[in-house]
Design a protein around this ligand. Sequence first.
Ligand SMILES: [Ca+2]
Ligand SMILES: [Ca+2]
Length: 77
Amino acid sequence: MRKTMFMLPLLFTTGSALAQDSQPRFSDLDRDGDGVITREEAERHSVLAERFEEADLNRDGSIDRAEYARNRGPQDV
Ligand SMILES: [Ca+2]
Ligand SMILES: [Ca+2]
């Protein structure tokens, strides 16, 4: 019982959902190649669309490479 109680929080700890392996590359999401991912472009990726507000660190309505990298980790940007 005690172990079950301990495990529950772990199940709900998503960490950075954007850091999962299935995340597409920045260039795949930036369809028009202007260097930022707009909300429309983010709609192509359900996880990113869901977390768009969170990923848009400076709240300018788009996700640039730096913001994208911070949300998925430093590798493979
Ligand atoms: Ca774009
Ligand atoms: Ca931004």
